[in-house]
Design a protein around this ligand. Structure first.
Ligand code: PLP
Ligand code: TYF
Length: 393
C-alpha cells in the first residue's frame, strides 16, 4: 500500500534549518526559522515559564484527561489576552489546540464544515503553512495583494481592491500583527477600512495571531483583532503561545470563535468536536503554564517584563541594521527595516542574492529573502549589512 505514496514537498524553512546545521563554518549566521534567539544565539526558557514549571511540578496532583476543549481557565485567559475584555463573553467559544498551527488547521476545518464551497483569501505572500494546510484540506486559496515589493510596505489599495471579491461563505485570513513573512503591517485606520469592507461583503475574518507582544506591545499588537472582533458578527482567531511564551515544543495555542450568543453553544460544541476528531484532548502542559502566568500578578509582571525586553531588543537590532545600511548604501532605501515589526522583514533580495549570502557569507535566510531579525546581534548587524551591499541588494 505504501508504494502508492508520493514524496511530499519539504517545508523550505525547516529544510533551511537542516542546511544551516550542516554548514561547518564557525561564523555562519542563522536568520532562517522564526524562533527568537538572544544575543548569544540561544532560545531561552522565559523566567516566568521556568518559575511556573517549578510551581506546577509541586502543585500538580493528576495528569488525568482535561476536557475536549482543554482547561476552561486557559481558554478564558487566552480570550482575555487577545481580546482584552472588549468582547461580551456570550459571544466567545474557545478551545486549546496544539500550537497556533493546530488552531489554524481547525479554523479552516470549521469554515469548510460551515460553507463547503467557501474560499479562503490569503495575503500574497503568507506563511507557507497556510497554503499547504489549505491544499491538504482541498480548500481553495485566493491570494490578495498585500506587499508592495518596491516600497516594502503594505499595498493597501491593492489589498482592498482584491478583498472586494470576497463574499458570504468565504474566509479572509489576516495576520493579527507582525506579518509573516514580510514584517509589513496594517495601521489601525487600515484595519477600520478592512472591517468596513468585510461588513459589506459578508465574508468572515480569520485572524492568525502568532506574535502578540513582539511588535508594538501586547495591547497594541492586538488592536486590529479587537477592532475586528467588535465590528464583525462572526470571527475566527488562531492564537499561538509558541513565540510570546517561548514554549515552541509544548504545542500551545487556542482557537477562538466569536458568534451571535444564540449560536455560541453550537459553535463551542463544534470546536470541541473538531478537537475530538483530530486528537481528542489538546496538550495541557504548556497551556497550564500560560494560565498560571496570565492569572498570577507576579508571574504575569515577570513575563511581561521579559517579553518587553525581547521586543525592544529586536527593535534595537532593526534600527541598527537600517542605520548601518543607510551608511553603507548612502541611501534611505533600507529604512523599511526600522518600520517593520516583529521577527521578520522581507529584504527584497533576489533568489540569486539570497543564495550568494548563504554560499559566500554563511548568512542563511529564507529564499524569499525573509530574515529573522532575532538571529542578529550587535556583532553580526554590520557583517550582514556589508554582505547585503556586497551581493548588490
Ligand atoms: N501562524 C504564523 C503566521 C506563524 O508564523 C506561526 C509560526 O510560528 C504559527 C501560526 C504557529 O506556530 P505554532 O504552531 O508553533 O504555535
Ligand atoms: O515561519 C516560521 O519560521 C515559524 C516557524 O512548518 C515555523 O512560523 C516554520 C515552519 C513550520 C512551522 C513553524
Amino acid at each position: 500500500m505504501f508504494s502508492a505514496l508520493k514524496p511530499q514537498p519539504a517545508d523550505k524553512i525547516l529544510a533551511l534549518m537542516g542546511q544551516f546545521k550542516a554548514d561547518p563554518r564557525a561564523d555562519k549566521i542563522d536568520l532562517g526559522v522564526g524562533v527568537y534567539k538572544d544575543a548569544t544565539g540561544h532560545t531561552p526558557i522565559m523566567r516566568a515559564v521556568k518559575t511556573a514549571e517549578k510551581l506546577l511540578w509541586e502543585a500538580e496532583t493528576t495528569k488525568t484527561y482535561t476536557g475536549l476543549a482543554g482547561d476552561p481557565a486557559f481558554n478564558a485567559a487566552m480570550a482575555d489576552l487577545v481580546l482584552g475584555g472588549t468582547v461580551d463573553a456570550g459571544r466567545i467559544s474557545s478551545v486549546a489546540t496544539p500550537g497556533g498551527t493546530g488552531a489554524v488547521r481547525q479554523a479552516f476545518e470549521l469554515a469548510r464544515m460551515a460553507a463547503p464551497q467557501g474560499r479562503v483569501f490569503v495575503s500574497d505572500p503568507t506563511w507557507p503553512n497556510h497554503l499547504s494546510i489549505l491544499k491538504h484540506l482541498g480548500m481553495e486559496a485566493v491570494p490578495y495583494r498585500y506587499f508592495d515589493a518596491d516600497t516594502r510596505a503594505v499595498d493597501f489599495a491593492g489589498m482592498i481592491a482584491d478583498l472586494a471579491a470576497a463574499r458570504a461563505g468565504d474566509i479572509v485570513l489576516l495576520h493579527g500583527c507582525c506579518h509573516n513573512p514580510t514584517g509589513a503591517n496594517l495601521t489601525l485606520p487600515e484595519w477600520e477600512e478592512v472591517a468596513a469592507l468585510l461588513e459589506k461583503t459578508g465574508a468572515v475574518p480569520m485572524i492568525d495571531i502568532a506574535y502578540q507582544g513582539f511588535g508594538d506591545g501586547l495591547d497594541a499588537d492586538a488592536a486590529g483583532v479587537r477592532l475586528i472582533a467588535n465590528r464583525l458578527p462572526e470571527v475566527l482567531i488562531a492564537a499561538s503561545c509558541s513565540k510570546n511564551f517561548g514554549i515552541y515544543r509544548e504545542r500551545t495555542g487556542a482557537l477562538i470563535a466569536l458568534s451571535d450568543p444564540a449560536r455560541q453553544e453550537v459553535t463551542q460544541g463544534t470546536l470541541a468536536y473538531l478537537n475530538r476528531q483530530n486528537y481528542s484532548f489538546p496538550p495541557d502542559h504548556g497551556a497550564r503554564l500560560v494560565t498560571m502566568i496570565l492569572t498570577d500578578p507576579a508571574l504575569r509582571a515577570e513575563w511581561e517584563a521579559e517579553l518587553e525586553e525581547v521586543r525592544l531588543g529586536m527593535l534595537t537590532l532593526r534600527e541598527g541594521l537600517a542605520t548601518e545600511l543607510k551608511r553603507l548604501s548612502g541611501s534611505d532605501r533600507f529604512g523599511f527595516l526600522a518600520q517593520h515589526r516583529g521577527m521578520f522583514s522581507r529584504l527584497g533580495a533576489t533568489p540569486e542574492q539570497v543564495e550568494r549570502l548563504k554560499t559566500e557569507h554563511g548568512i542563511y535566510m529564507v529564499g524569499d529573502s525573509r530574515l529573522n531579525i532575532a538571529g542578529l546581534n550587535a556583532t553580526t548587524v554590520p557583517i550582514l549589512a556589508k554582505a547585503v551591499i556586497d551581493v548588490g541588494v
